[in-house]
Ligand binder design. Sequence first.
Ligand SMILES: Nc1ncnc2c1ncn2[C@@H]1O[C@H](COP(=O)(O)OP(=O)(O)OP(=O)(O)O)[C@@H](O)[C@H]1O
Length: 261
Amino acid sequence: MYSIEVKNLEFGYRESLILKGLTFSVKKGEFVSIIGPNGSGKSTLLKILNNLYRPNDGNILINGKVIEDYKRKDLAKIMGFVPQDTIIDYEFTVEDIVMMGRNPYKGPFQKENREDYKIVDDVMNMTNIFKLKDRLITEISGGERQRVIIAKALAQNPSIILLDEPTSHLDINHQIDVLNLLKKLNSERGTTIILIIHDINLAARYSDDIILLNEGEIIESGNPEDVITAKNIEKAYNLNAAIEINKYTNTVSITPLKLIR
Ligand SMILES: Nc1ncnc2c1ncn2[C@@H]1O[C@H](COP(=O)(O)OP(=O)(O)OP(=O)(O)O)[C@@H](O)[C@H]1O
């Protein structure tokens, strides 16, 4: 069973194509990283998978159903999305924001019930933000805000989570905390995880599969050892790199040597 199936996906913001015929699938319960240079189309792809943009061509199935056939609320019950930068100017508390993750389950004017509060408390504990619950979202740090947005996505109780660089604002401890949390959701609840990440070593360490994008095309996809090769890294990043198995993690790891210009 597949969480996501993408066939011949093409997309351009204007005339020029940003995504040039992508075909890939993600099985239920997989942990998949999307990597690639700046501007290669990673965020665009994730937004399309969250039905924020319509592709020019191609098909997307989410849990076996064509994406356009979902109502927004129904899609939000199965798929959580953590965008790259979340700017919230309003003076909501952390708890208010996380509670918004329960909106797909509510009718108009329906109040939060005990179950909603329990789920919100649980996800705030999981993401280590419970102590911030009464603070204003405008008055916490970028890294704290990142974890609040992840908690909001978890409150949707999704079976698929898409995350656009969820570790970008985080210190090294919180990076590992977030990835461990995602891994835990993945192994204990079978949640399908698809994330964009620039750190290739972390991608290799946590992922079942990696999709390497460059200029809107998939250079390679598959398990980390097959994707993170000197040849593929040179092709995508113009970079001469040493690839070896890290003796501590037993996963493939990269050391950049020099740019090829
Ligand atoms: N709203 C937009 N309108 C027009 N062009 C856009 C828009 N958003 C992104 N682009 C362009 O589409 C291309 C792909 O951008 P995208 O953000 O998907 O790349 P990315 O791989 O996520 O990059 P990064 O690693 O820098 O976040 C870039 O050339 C970018 O300039």
